[in-house]
Design a protein around this ligand. Structure first.
Ligand code: FMN
Length: 358
């Protein structure tokens, strides 16, 4: 019996062996605080590839030092960082998985204490290695230091930084890139009227609020050429009445498609404090909405944990790909488990492990 989960997907020049992918998840394990990957990244991403995922998207990776959420984030603003990612990518490829990377700027949510290993939370003071954050407007995210408003010249520099990191991603061997425009980080801050009160060409109408993201998309596409897929992660809604809504993000997705984006990774929230009705598959309807209204491939994410649930999301046309985050941390072999549950034969269970499945 055929199952959509195991049907290959082709985007431009890349064919993915299945549609069970791993979304970007910060590891806060660049322990030298220089943005460089460590053995943790080789083992972590390698294990996910060995477990049968079709693609793995490496965690939010800062395009400049100030773009990082914490000093423990990965970065890709120099060639040493690129070179440290090569063994990570090579091992993922040796296991048959496609390798993606999420390029990111954390905006007003940058310069925070690491998620663990400290009693502190919130903004990391400048005296302790923190830095002044930037945003579309000088409005703080609740609980964090107030950012500084970016000038138009600085916006252009950040577009160029995304392009330079994209170039290094391709040099490191990544098959595709994802631009992080979700979760209240810089590009989402520009998209949302709740965090963007600018009166220049980057604020006001949806078209103006989208300008920065579309410039990043254009610069990324120019860098990768025609055969490399470019993905964008969006927060489809701010979960508030006056914030970003599905109708706006669906319209934006039409423009993303026209600018050469191949798939929208549909998440939600993160820009303001809001009540989010969290439950199994709680964001898949937003993926379905964008897929239908913008006629663009989408990925669904958020509390997808079961093989039949994942298959159902694809079978009902809500998405082209499912992303499993925390479930992949609990079980890096989820794709192999799903194949067994659906009685679907796959030929990429590692030879070393096959006796475990006889
Ligand atoms: C440890 C951890 C780190 C995360 N880091 C990122 C990240 O770097 N970029 C991002 O877009 N989302 C990040 N997320 C969100 C996940 O990609 C995903 O959207 C979210 O966990 C919901 O999916 P799930 O219910 O399958 O875990 C992170 C989530 C977790 C649990």
């Amino acid at each position: 019996m055929s199952h959509l989960l195991f049907e290959p997907l082709t985007l431009r020049g890349v064919t993915f062996r299945n549609r069970i992918w791993v979304p970007p998840m910060c590891q806060y394990s660049a322990e030298h605080q220089d943005g460089t990957a460590t053995p943790w990244h080789v083992v972590h991403y390698g294990g996910l590839a060995r477990g049968g995922a079709g693609a793995i998207i490496v965690e939010a990776t800062g395009v400049t030092p100030e773009a990082r959420i914490s000093a423990q984030d990965l970065g890709l603003w120099n060639d040493e960082q690129r070179d440290a990612l090569i063994p990570v990518v090579d091992f993922m490829h040796s296991q048959g998985a496609a390798a993606g990377i999420q390029l990111a700027h954390a905006g007003r949510k940058a310069s925070t204490y690491p998620e663990w290993g400290t009693e502190h939370e919130g903004s990391l003071p400048e005296g302790e290695g923190g830095w002044r954050t930037v945003a579309p407007s000088a409005q703080a995210f609740p609980g964090l230091e107030a950012p500084r408003e970016l000038t138009e010249a600085e916006i252009a520099e950040i577009v160029a930084a995304f392009a330079a990191s994209t170039r290094r991603s391709i040099q490191a061997g990544f098959d595709f890139v994802e631009i992080h425009a979700a979760h209240g980080y810089l590009l989402h801050e520009f998209l949302s009227p709740l965090s963007n009160t600018r009166t220049d060409a980057y604020g006001g109408t949806l078209e103006n609020r989208s300008r920065f993201l579309l410039e990043v998309v254009d610069a990324t596409r120019a860098e990768v050429g025609e055969s490399v897929p470019v993905l964008v992660r969006l927060s489809a809604t701010d979960w508030t009445d006056d914030g970003l809504s599905l109708s706006e993000t669906a319209e934006l997705s039409v423009w993303l498609k026209a600018h050469g984006v191949d798939l929208v990774d549909v998440s939600t929230g993160g820009n303001v404090l809001a009540q989010i009705p969290v439950g199994p598959g709680y964001q898949t309807n937003f993926s379905a909405g964008i897929r239908e209204r913008a006629d663009i491939p989408t990925a669904a994410v958020g509390l997808i944990t079961e093989p039949f649930q994942a298959e159902h999301i694809l079978a009902t046309g809500q998405a082209d790909v499912v992303l499993l985050g925390r479930e992949s941390l609990r079980d890096p072999n989820f794709a192999i488990r799903a194949a067994a549950a659906l009685r679907h034969e796959i030929d990429y269970t590692p030879a070393q492990y096959q006796r475990a499945y006889k």
